[in-house]
Design a protein around this ligand. Structure first.
Ligand code: IPE
Ligand code: IPE
Ligand code: MG
Length: 248
């Protein structure tokens, strides 16, 4: 597919290696059309496919999608059921194609809270796509940034109590190694759809110096062109990491 934005971002310099997305607005998309919320989630699944293909096309290395938060367990049970059903469907339907495209899928979060059928489908897509080297796709499911930090702190405390870790040696690397995202660079770019201006407990540690792009588009309407535009926006930023610009 030829795309003006894609051409421009290829010419425009440094690509973000890691893009994270808070996929928001499925419910509003459905309500605007007089449809039940789960219809928005179903349409949102197509946008996931579109984003993954766009990420591959653009040459991103890591795409991290926030698909279900720990707090989302407080939604009505029929909505949770629909979301889990869609996750299962996605995992079963897309496994072959993702493998063919060289996409390696990781599913990260408190997965013990998933029902057995969904858990099996998740394990199968992770297993079936292992070794894909074009794009790493992280699906964050039953995920909370605070919980992830607490989990890491518990691991550190256990290691220290057992004498395996000197408290004085605890540094950023020690914590990062115990996060779900261990071994990955932090996101360069965070996209949130549907115009909401908040983090909603996503990747609290990892987003410290991430550039943000908020799109007014509701997630089910988000296309690869919107992704390319977000990357172009990123390419126009000056990342300073608390320093001053060279020469100033
Ligand atoms: C994002 O869409 C998907 C999930 C959080 C699971 P929402 O369901 O939050 O949609 P809105 O925000 O109600 O429109
Ligand atoms: C964040 O969206 C979680 C996901 C996209 C999975 P929410 O819709 O749950 O967040 P809030 O309630 O608007 O903060
Ligand atoms: Mg929402």
């Amino acid at each position: 597919m030829s795309s003006d934005a894609l051409e421009r971002l290829r010419l425009c310099g440094v690509l973000p290696r890691h893009v994270a997305v808070i996929m928001d607005g499925n419910g509003r998309w459905a309500v605007q059309r007089g449809l039940p919320r789960h219809a928005g989630h179903r349409q949102g699944m197509n946008a996931v496919r579109e984003a993954v293909e766009g990420a591959r096309q653009a040459g991103l290395k890591i795409l991290t999608l926030f698909a279900f938060s720990t707090e989302n367990w407080h939604r009505p049970s029929n909505e949770i059921g629909a979301l889990m059903g869609l996750l299962r469907l996605y995992a079963e339907k897309e496994k072959r194609e993702l493998r063919r495209q060289g996409v390696e899928v990781q599913v990260l979060g408190e997965l013990h809270r998933l029902d057995q059928g969904t858990r099996n489908a998740v394990d199968a897509i992770v297993e079936g796509t292992r070794g894909g080297d074009k794009l790493r796709l992280n699906l964050m499911i039953s995920y909370s940034g605070r919980e992830e930090l607490l989990r890491a702190v518990r691991m550190i405390a256990r290691d220290a109590a057992a004498g395996r870790l000197d408290p004085e040696s605890i540094d950023e690397t020690a914590l990062e190694q115990r996060l779900f995202t261990a071994g990955m660079p932090d996101p360069d770019l965070l996209i949130r759809t549907s115009g909401e201006l908040r983090i909603s407990n996503f990747l609290l540690w990892q987003l410290a110096y991430t550039e943000m792009h908020v799109s007014p588009v509701l997630w089910p309407d988000f296309t690869r062109e919107h992704l390319f535009e977000a990357v172009l926006d990123y390419q126009g930023r000056e990342r300073r990491f608390g320093r001053v610009t060279a020469g100033e």
